[in-house]
Design a protein around this ligand. Structure first.
Ligand SMILES: *Cc1c(COP(=O)(O)O)cnc(C)c1O
Length: 559
């Protein structure tokens, strides 16, 4: 049997802990942006030969597969997948105490291979062993499923089990990187091993926060915590470093990490206000260039900018690629998407019409129905120059407001049926994301500020010459140059407007820019449109990629 620590990773590694990791569309161990970012992190680490090992949970039943009825009602289905098709079980076993019971864990190894020949091991923890109590066998079944107690058990398995498993596998870990607070119990295990030497543990921990609102941070009742971690010494430390009232996983991570960062510049500033007294740095997210570039653009970049995949900075010279070749590559990607849409839904979209895409988690702050705010204005635009809209996205099983938003969009689809082709595609996943970010003309993003910590799908779009039209939140604040590489919806971040004024400004921008700028540019001034496509590549993709991001993590956090 293979050993996880063999190969490139002799010597010391960085352990990268994440509740979700998106490696392949067929491996359902991710739900959305956080997991896809973790996957891109690992893919870039493999390309760049960074000694890193990923740690996550197996998610035996995945997140869920989404189906939608004719009214947009969502049904969630457990995913049955065969881990052995993609990864191999390792012989090592470790134990974690959950209250009075000991739970045995094993690990599955997925080697994430790079085209450069190197690879990064990813360890998926699994409690589904015969020796375990029936209840404990399912701890790693559902990503973000179950109740608070289920979640805390998962976090115990991930944090404490993860550290122990890496040791059992023979890894020598220099730094522990927590991707979001879910894994911060790893620091408790390190404290136990270090005789509670806080400064020693801090030196070894890195924490990346992803949540710009207080309520978004995982918190657990001490009643629950005590039932699963009864040791008095542990509880004392948890209360001291994770909060007296409730165990706040982010606070625990903040207190035990010497390096802390947010995922965009704005998000770091907001996190700094949320957690005064901590030094919060910024490393802006990126996406894995090769993964998120369609085959049509890969071929084009290979010809004009050889080496781009491992050195995405080269995309800065996209101005040397002739417009007609960029347009031809885009037309191919668009045709592939439209054919896919038409085959799946029979809606009859065409290749010429200006096509807008919106796909992300369906949840309130993302405001997926924002484009339907004033139907009369949307109709006017559609009379001036035809529009097609393609939506996708899952709502978390417990997010009733998110589910309602899908039904709302279906309502608008029905209402506009005679005038406009609109579809909502089921089961948004990495594969569908790849098709959509490459195949539409305009990538729409209308979050409620300042809740979008980063957002990454717009960066994927830019890699395919697709133009961003977005609220100035998250990464777009750093990427946007008005009318040069895309368009903003609403005010600049530092304009002192009330929530109402802000919304009014966003609605005006949304419709006015579509009517007066975007539609005429697409239909009448194609040369200008080409320039914006080209600038998306040379001014956005060249920078907002995970190779640049990982080089930052190496020089600022890992070394
Ligand atoms: C990229 C991606 C996301 C994140 O998109 P945002 O713009 O950050 O919301 C979510 N889900 C999937 C499947 C993705 O590929």
């Amino acid at each position: 049997m293979m050993r996880a620590s063999e190969g490139v990773l002799s010597g010391q590694s960085i352990a990268y802990f994440s509740m979700e990791i998106g490696l392949l569309s067929e491996i359902p161990t991710y739900s959305g942006g956080l997991g896809v970012l973790a996957g891109d992190t690992i893919r870039s680490a493999a390309d760049l030969n960074i000694p890193l090992v990923g740690v996550s949970l197996l998610s035996n039943r995945g997140y869920f597969r989404q189906t939608l009825d004719s009214q947009g009602g969502q049904t969630e289905h457990g995913v049955l997948w065969e881990p052995s098709k993609f990864m191999s079980p390792l012989p090592e076993e470790v134990k974690v105490k959950l209250g009075a019971r000991e739970v045995k864990l094993r690990a599955w190894l997925y080697p994430c291979k790079s085209h450069t020949g190197s690879s990064v091991p990813v360890i998926f923890l699994d409690t589904n062993l015969e020796e375990n109590h029936e209840e404990d066998r399912g701890i790693c079944d559902y990503l973000y499923g179950g109740d608070e107690s289920y979640r805390f058990k998962q976090e115990l398995v991930l944090g404490i089990g993860g550290v122990r498993m890496l040791e059992a596998l023979g890894f020598s870990i220099r730094k522990y990187h927590m991707n979001e607070g879910h894994s911060s119990l790893l620091a408790l295990e390190l404290l136990r091993q270090n005789g509670t030497n806080i400064s020693e543990v801090r030196k070894r921990c890195i924490f990346t926060t992803h949540t710009p609102v207080e309520a978004g941070h995982d918190k657990f009742d001490y009643k629950l915590v005590e039932s699963l971690i009864p040791e008095r010494e542990d509880l004392k430390i948890l209360k001291k470093l994770g909060g007296e009232e409730k165990l706040n996983m982010s606070l625990f991570a903040l207190n035990l990490s010497a390096y802390i960062n947010g995922v965009t510049k704005q998000h770091s500033r907001i996190s700094q206000q949320l957690f005064p007294g901590y030094q919060i740095q910024a490393i802006t997210n990126g996406v894995h260039s090769y993964t998120w570039t369609s085959p049509f653009f890969r071929e084009l970049y290979d010809r004009y900018l050889p080496g781009w995949a491992n050195e995405p900075e080269l995309l800065v010279r996209a101005d040397g690629i002739p417009d007609d070749e960029i347009w031809a590559a885009h037309r191919n990607a668009k045709k592939a998407l439209i054919d896919y849409v038409n085959q799946g839904t029979g809606v009859g979209m065409d290749y010429e019409t200006l096509t807008l895409g919106f796909a992300r988690r369906m949840t309130e702050y993302k405001r997926p129905a924002f484009i339907f705010s004033e139907l009369e204005r949307l109709r006017k635009i559609n009379e001036k120059g035809k529009l097609q809209l393609i939506f996708a996205g899952k709502a978390h099983p417990k997010d009733e407001a998110g589910k309602q938003l899908i039904r709302e969009i279906f309502g608008y689809m029905e209402e506009l049926k005679a005038e406009m082709k609109i579809v909502f595609l089921e089961n948004y996943d990495m594969e569908l994301a790849s098709r959509m970010v490459a195949g539409v003309d305009l990538w729409l993003n209308t979050p409620q500020r300042p809740f979008e910590a980063s957002g990454t799908s717009g960066m994927k779009a830019a890699h395919n010459g697709v133009i961003n039209f977005s609220v100035l939140d998250g990464w777009w604040i750093e990427g946007w140059i008005e009318g040069v590489n895309g368009w903003a919806i609403g005010p600049e971040p530092d304009e002192p407007l009330s929530e109402e004024e802000c919304r009014a400004c966003e609605i005006n921008d949304l419709y006015n820019k579509l009517y007066y700028i975007i539609v005429p540019t697409y239909y009448k001034r194609r040369d200008e449109w080409f320039k914006l496509m080209n600038n998306s590549i040379s001014m956005i993709a060249y920078y907002f990629n995970s190779h640049r991001m990982m080089r930052r993590y190496v020089t600022q956090a890992y070394l």
